[in-house]
Design a protein around this ligand. Sequence first.
Ligand code: GSH
Length: 286
Amino acid sequence: MKQELTLYHAHWSICSQMVRVALYEKGLSFKSERIELCDQSDEAGNLTDDFLKNINPTAVVPVLKLNDEIIRDSAYIIERIDDLKGDNEINLWPQDPVKRSELKKWVEDTTLTEGVGLGRSLGTMVPLFSTGLIEDLIKNLKFKSILRIIFKHPRRERKIAFLTMYFSSLKNRIGPIVYNRFTRELIALENNLNDKSFLLGAFSHADINLMCCFNRLVEMKMESLLEMPELPNVAKYWQNLKSRKSYQQGLLDYSDHEEMLKKIFNSGPNPHLEIIQNKIIEQLNS
Ligand SMILES: N[C@@H](CCC(=O)N[C@@H](CS)C(=O)NCC(=O)O)C(=O)O
């Protein structure tokens, strides 16, 4: 039976980007249902009664509808996508059980894994660097959109974060929390890559996650972290990731947020950048 795929996703959402890249890697066509998220737009498509009742009661994207089945959580969605037959002969998960368990760990560490506190892994750290931008977007929402978040958002921790950003501020508190851990993670990645083209050798699910994390760093004007002579494996790896066709198809082709990105840091450098670069050099020399 030919499968029908519908993806409920946001253009500027790291987990949606991961699923889109996986779909393009596999060569699977899908119907796109764009959702404007409540922290980015007054439309708040993720808080409508229909979305909460029929698509995802936890109000997050991405969600994949496969025929009549609703599949949630990007990591699980990508595993399911890998079982489908698309136009491209590629497996995002290896067959070998040892490699599979290695990959499982990498996947958990490189995405917004449920239950992992923000800033505790590479995947939960990178989105923190865009807190300033999200905060600006939230501060520009209409007050009635804030009330809708208060009354309709089912996730307490998100509600608290969004309301704190609206009524107060989180952006200056976030970066410094993760400097040391982020530095360690990048150096660990450098050592793990050890001249391989991709994390496990062949391209896999974890590379998709890192492609999207790295792209977010680029958007946050932190690309120089991925081009440091001190981290040559990371630099080569980033070149390999961004030269995949799926990078263009799943990320760049959906980027209609240039205007929003242009405003960040008032055209100056990202204030976290130099601090992290110095920490990397310091740690490598110690
Ligand atoms: N673990 C989930 C996390 C999904 C998630 O947090 N999605 C964000 C966008 S990246 C979202 O929908 N945020 C909207 C909100 O929390 O209101 C996954 O991997 O799919």
